[in-house]
Design a protein around this ligand. Structure first.
Ligand code: NAD
Length: 499
């Protein structure tokens, strides 16, 4: 089995990050700084939490949805009041630039605002009965305790994508945040409890993959929502399927931006730079492949190279404050290994390709990297989850054929999360939007930056997920089951399809 539970446990222990039954969380931009410590839950602790979740569910589900919304509204006031404090903690915990951390906390507020409104909607449907004096309607009802297993790259916002719809629909939850960044998730749950949520409605559990697995398998767990890698997601999906649990999978990505020769190159430069290197390339939606027409490729590459190099100060071994570190040494080394292997396989290194700081000076930083590659090389099809952009050139006589070829490459991948195209040709732009095989698609914008405050239905196709969506209205599907109610007021037996 290729899951990394055990491997991760060992690694954390090897690195001294699990000690005396505690997770020790350090700032990856300043590794001497311990950000938080959390006691790892034992199975007995988890049993207690699940029992509490089940008991709380029986009461929480009975509250009218507008009343549940009032709790979320109270929590949102606290999130807004504590935005700066939570952003600073997130910035230290995960290392992402403060500006990005502020954006992430704002996302919680936006998501909550959206789902608070849902407390007064949550519409069902009415059907047309085939018989007189009979009404048929379908309502949505909660399912039961949910378990959220999350990744470290958006440790504050992603729990809110899951919690807000789960709670408004009447479910309770236990969040198992990533062992690499558990504090923001804990604080998220603390705020909900500070807002007065009944005991047991929102809880947190700490540990690595084995804790997630125990929670997912438990008979009291009725919904499992996981954000993480494809390998772990597949394993969790098997567990959920075995227990007939609702399961939402938000997994990895390998996202492409296509650039046609008529594109606004200033916009391309800004967009690709942000898409590839925002959050240090550690977003599931990060731009990992640039598929570009050959006639403009040299110019775009040289502009990107210049801007990439400006993100860090090599002489003084310092990184600009707006460039994120890599989460840990293991991941830093993995990224570097992937780049080295790509070069061995024939990729041409344009810039970067080196560890800027392996922790010796202050943190774990990798130089923003550009590689010229051929489609089919390992680096062009595997998720790197770091600041590495693979450029693939398309050499065709016209834009139409170039788009056709680019689209084949963009879609020839196991993932289906986010893709984008830059062009001024509205017809070609719209054809691309239609033909990309991914859950998120952008026209004249990078692959990152989904508006998760309700407008987007966030999620992926293919191996990126199983059709579930987060942060938009479709998220309600994960946390509800339908009940069809037939009311016969004819006063006699009416037999469907017979009378
Ligand atoms: P990961 O799969 O290693 O871990 C994710 C979570 O799963 C962690 O909390 C971990 O403890 C837990 N876990 C590990 N093994 C488990 C098991 N056997 N059973 C239950 N839980 C287990 O991923 P990561 O390194 O934390 O995050 C990076 C990955 O997440 C990337 O692939 C990235 O693309 C993806 N991601 C996806 C989205 C999305 O919305 N699609 C968002 C953010 C990150």
């Amino acid at each position: 089995m290729t899951i990394n539970t055990i491997e991760k446990n060992q690694t954390l222990e090897d690195m001294g990050l699990i000690k005396d039954g505690k997770i020790i969380n350090i700032n990856p931009a300043k590794i001497t700084e311990i950000v938080s410590e959390h006691v790892i839950d034992s199975q007995a602790d988890l049993d207690k939490k699940l029992k509490k979740s089940q008991e709380a569910f029986l009461k929480w589900k009975k509250l009218p949805a507008p009343t549940r919304a009032q709790y979320l509204a109270k929590a949102n006031i606290i999130f807004a009041e504590r935005k700066e404090e939570l952003s600073l903690i997130l910035h230290r915990e995960n290392g992402k630039p403060l500006e990005e951390a502020r954006g992430e906390i704002q996302e919680i507020i936006d998501v909550f605002e959206f789902f608070i409104g849902e407390g007064r909607r949550m519409y069902g449907t009415t059907g047309q009965s085939e018989m007189p004096n009979k009404t048929i309607m379908t309502i949505k009802q909660p399912i039961g305790p949910a378990v959220f297993i999350t990744a470290w790259n958006f440790p504050a916002a992603v729990p809110s994508w899951k919690a807000a719809p789960a709670l408004i629909c009447g479910n309770t939850f236990i969040l198992k945040p990533s062992e690499l960044a558990p504090l923001s998730g804990k604080l998220f749950v603390d705020v909900l409890n500070e807002a007065g949520l009944p005991e047991g409605v929102a809880q947190c559990a700490f540990g690595a993959g084995d804790v997630g697995e125990y929670l997912a398998k438990h008979e009291l767990t009725k919904i499992v929502s996981i954000t993480g890698s494809v390998a772990v997601g597949r394993h969790v999906a098997e567990i959920a399927a075995n227990g007939f649990k609702k399961c939402a999978l938000e997994l990895g990505g390998k996202n492409s931006t296509i650039v046609l020769k008529d594109a606004d190159l200033d916009l391309v430069e800004d967009g690709v730079l942000w898409g590839a290197y925002g959050t240090g390339g550690q977003r599931c939606t990060s731009t990992s492949r640039l598929i570009i027409e050959k006639s403009i490729s040299s110019e775009v590459i040289s502009r990107l190279e210049k801007r990439s190099k400006a993100l860090y100060d090599e002489t003084n071994n310092k990184c600009a404050i707006n460039y994120a570190p890599i989460i840990n040494k293991k991941q830093l080394e993995k990224i570097h290994r992937m780049v080295e292997e790509a070069i061995k396989e024939g990729a041409e290194l344009v810039c970067g390709g080196k560890i800027l700081d392996d922790g010796t000076h202050n943190g774990y930083f990798y130089a923003p990297t550009i590689l010229k590659v051929k489609h089919g090389m390992k680096i062009s099809t595997t998720e790197v989850f770091g600041p590495v952009l693979s450029v693939i050139e398309i050499d065709e006589k016209d834009k139409e054929t170039a788009l056709e070829k680019a689209m084949i490459i963009a879609n020839d991948i196991e993932y289906g999360l986010s893709n984008s195209i830059f062009t001024k040709d509205v017809n070609l732009g719209m054809q691309a939007v239609h033909d990309f095989e991914s859950g998120l698609v952008y026209l004249n914008a990078p692959t990152i930056g989904a508006e998760c405050g309700g407008a987007s239905q966030f999620g992926g196709w293919k191996n990126t997920g199983n059709g579930s969506r987060e942060s938009g209205i479709a998220a309600l599907e994960t946390y509800t089951q339908y009940k069809t109610i037939a009311i016969d007021y004819s006063g006699k037996l009416q037999r469907a399809q017979i009378d």
